[in-house]
Ligand binder design. Structure first.
Ligand code: UGA
Length: 442
């Protein structure tokens, strides 16, 4: 059975969710206030880089199941299920999440709901938000108590967005006891194909569902900062963090994934989510429980500074006047996202210390230029490495991981490379005559 779905917000989360819901056979309308984004999506163009999304988008626009609009009236009239997929960025000058986009969806949509409806929130929000929004929606909607709200957090990773949406590890659904039956029934219809595959379906209260998401991201951030803290100790002790990660990762209770030491986490989620989590815990009087996340954040930011220091030492103690090639600007590979990107942050810090920095990234050039116009951007790896005193690999794109040292040996001034992601084969680079540095490695 197909559902009629509206998805509010057409960023990474919303656009992917809209396209994937159509792929599952539902009729979907994607809604955004940004007309330029809508124009691109309508013509089948994804406004950001996400492998495979353009095909899913084009296919479902062509078969008539997916369309886009800026009209809330049209969406309210058309759909029975309304997903909220707008952003919840960090507030300026504060740790807390800015809920103005989420609030705006409810304030605009609810007054238009004249029939029974189910709203399912997907955005990452501070615990307590869903309950507040549920009450507000009922208050504003002509359909009143017949408008019900559940929370259905999203766990997709950029770069694997389609796979994570169509084959998630689990589906979590929060609802309050009064509306849980209808909310569950609607969610079961929407995700029928996934549930038939046996994907775990967890039904919780609203607060738990919100916390599941924040806790998951806090855990992942902690795992990364844990291994980066180990990297610092390894450096001091003359040990090797990559081998250490392999060895502890064999313990299934620990697991090897998300134990890659390097310049740490960035992006539009992990950094702001742990901060919003601390802020919310403070409001709830539970701030002590999350003080360790301050340390997680501090270790993460220190990983960036350590990288700058390693680069400075490698070029002889001062970056002033040196030429630095930076390979990678995106916060992770297979993405053009540069929000809070460790790579760009490091490139900027190095430039501020007087080096001339030339950056190359396979996909994130336009976004990098927009937020960091003062860096030099090269058209390919070779150009970035021209005359370099040191090459820094800061995002582990496949083409950097597989780079043949000899292909840039002729370009650089000094055959010196620093692997900020522990993604290169050190022996191969050394065999080709390169001076090789890693973070937390011998
Ligand atoms: C993250 C979560 O992994 C998703 O489950 C979640 O849905 C999403 O946030 C979200 O809240 O929307 P994402 O931001 O796409 O997904 O990126 P990750 O794959 O988690 O990587 C985050 C950062 O950690 C990257 O900068 C990456 O380079 C870094 N990282 C990752 C490491 O430094 N080491 C690792 O071992 C793994």
């Amino acid at each position: 059975m197909s559902s009629r779905i509206a998805v509010f917000g057409t960023g990474y989360l919303g656009a992917t969710h809209a396209a994937c819901m159509a792929e599952l056979g539902h009729e979907v309308i994607g809604v955004d206030v940004d007309e330029s984004k809508l124009a691109k999506l309508e013509s089948g163009e994804v406004p950001f880089y996400e492998p495979g999304l353009d095909e899913v988008l084009k296919r479902n626009i062509a078969n008539g199941r997916l369309r886009f609009s800026s009209s809330y009236e049209e969406a309210a009239e058309f759909a029975d299920v309304y997903f909220i997929g707008v952003g919840t960025p960090q507030k300026k000058g504060e740790f807390a999440a800015d809920l103005k986009y989420v609030d705006a969806v409810i304030e605009t949509l609810a007054p238009l709901l004249r029939r029974p409806a189910v709203i399912l929130g997907k955005s990452t929000v501070p615990v307590g938000t869903a309950q507040r929004l549920a009450a507000r929606a009922k208050e504003l909607a002509p359909a009143g108590a017949e408008v019900e709200l559940g929370w259905n957090p999203e766990f997709l990773r950029e770069g694997y967005a389609i796979q994570d949406t169509l084959h998630p590890d689990r589906i979590v659904l929060g609802a309050d006891s009064a509306s849980s039956e209808r909310v569950e029934q609607v969610a079961r219809e929407v995700y029928a194909k996934l549930l038939a595959e046996g994907i775990p379906f967890l039904i919780t209260d609203l607060a738990t569902s919100e916390l599941v998401k924040t806790a998951a991201n806090a855990f992942l951030a902690t795992k990364i900062s844990f291994i980066n803290a180990m990297a610092e100790v390894c450096e001091a002790a003359g040990a090797d963090v990559a081998t250490l990660a392999d060895a502890i990762g064999h313990d299934v209770r620990i697991g090897r994934r998300f134990l890659n030491a390097g310049i740490g986490f960035g992006g539009g989620c992990l950094p702001k989510d742990i901060r919003a989590f601390m802020a919310r815990a403070g409001e709830l009087g539970a701030d002590q429980a999350l003080t360790f996340l301050r340390e997680v954040d501090a270790i993460n930011m220190r990983s960036r500074t350590r990288m700058v220091e390693v680069a400075r030492e490698a070029v002889g103690g001062s970056l002033l006047g040196s030429r630095v090639a930076v390979l990678g600007a995106a916060f992770k590979p297979d993405s053009d996202d540069v929000r809070d990107s460790p790579a760009l942050n490091i490139a900027g810090q190095i430039q501020l210390q007087g080096a001339s920095v030339s950056v190359f990234d396979p996909k994130a050039m336009a976004n990098s230029r927009a937020i960091f116009p003062t860096l030099t951007y090269a058209t390919d790896i070779e150009e970035a490495c021209q005359g370099a005193d040191v090459v820094l690999v800061l995002t582990e794109w496949k083409q950097f991981r597989e780079l043949n040292p000899n292909s840039i040996s002729g370009q650089v001034r000094e055959k010196r490379i620093i692997d900020g992601r522990n993604c290169l084969d050190a022996a191969r680079w050394r065999a080709a005559g390169w001076e090789f540095h890693g973070l937390g490695r011998k």
